[in-house]
Design a protein around this ligand. Structure first.
Ligand code: 13P
Length: 254
């Protein structure tokens, strides 16, 4: 079922001590200030902090733990890598896959990502699958083509049952960490397009039930306007997820 969801992607930031302090502030603020909303919150810290941060999240409520990546293989001689099953075993429920930083700096393509999705789902994790165009692609008026290809090659090989577990995040690359947010109309336009593609690949019910997040310089000031769009179900937040007050305000923006 489609839900309101805010995920904080810490990227490669924080020490464990900073992270624990941040999460304690966030959970206290959210418990005091967020009432009468069923917004779900996913905290995605770096691998080494997952277990400790997970233990600090209040159990059985709106808070969930997520990872930022996983390896495509189940186990084996892949020094330095982390499997989906390992993530699941330390309490992660979600995993971000296909973030543009992984695509760009680690050469992850749709083919590899489709394997990672399978691995995550097999371990019982819910993937947060990211798509989004570069400035060049947007200026060439090729955004819809590009995103449709990312969805087809990366995601739409999944069965209906597998696809049910997936959250999609639209993150225009030109908006990530740049302070240049997509307008709510730009976000809505692409979110509606993604939903339409899901309806074509699966069916109208799957499209209606898919949670689609916006990411890219979302903050406490613009979240309400973005989240008010009919096809924007929440946000994948970078920089503003590292500040307890800002992140809490975003969580309150429904
Ligand atoms: P910023 O919110 O810092 O732009 O990052 C967005 C993002 O990449 C979240 O995954």
């Amino acid at each position: 079922m489609r839900k309101n969801l805010v995920a904080g992607n810490w990227k490669m930031n924080m020490t464990l001590q900073d992270g624990l302090a941040l999460v304690s502030e966030i959970t206290n603020m959210v418990q005091d200030e967020v009432t009468g909303s069923d917004v779900q919150v996913v905290i995605c810290p770096p691998f080494p902090f997952l277990s400790a941060i997970g233990k600090q999240l209040p159990e059985g409520g709106r808070f969930h733990l997520g990872a930022q990546n996983c390896h495509q293989k189940e186990s084996g001689a892949y020094t330095g890598e982390v499997s989906a099953r390992m993530l699941q075993s330390v309490g992660a429920e979600y995993v971000i896959l296909g973030h543009s930083e992984r695509r760009q700096y680690f050469r992850e393509d749709n083919e590899l990502l489709s394997q990672k999705l399978k691995a995550a789902l097999a371990a019982g994790l819910k993937p947060i699958f990211c798509v989004g165009e570069s400035l060049e692609t947007r200026e060439a008026d090729d955004t819809f083509n590009f995103i449709s290809q990312q969805l087809k090659e990366g995601l739409f090989h999944l069965s209906n049952e597998e696809f049910d577990q997936v959250v999609v995040a639209y993150e225009p690359i030109w908006a990530i960490g740049t302070g240049k947010t997509a307008t709510s109309a730009q976000a809505q336009e692409v979110h509606a397009f993604i939903r339409e593609q899901i309806a074509r690949a699966y069916d109208a019910e799957a499209a209606e039930n898919t949670t689609i997040l916006y990411g890219g310089s979302a903050n406490a000031q613009n979240a309400r306007e973005l989240f008010s769009q009919p096809d924007v179900d929440g946000g994948l937040i970078g920089g503003a997820a590292l500040k307890s007050r800002d992140f809490t305000e975003i969580i309150k923006s429904f």
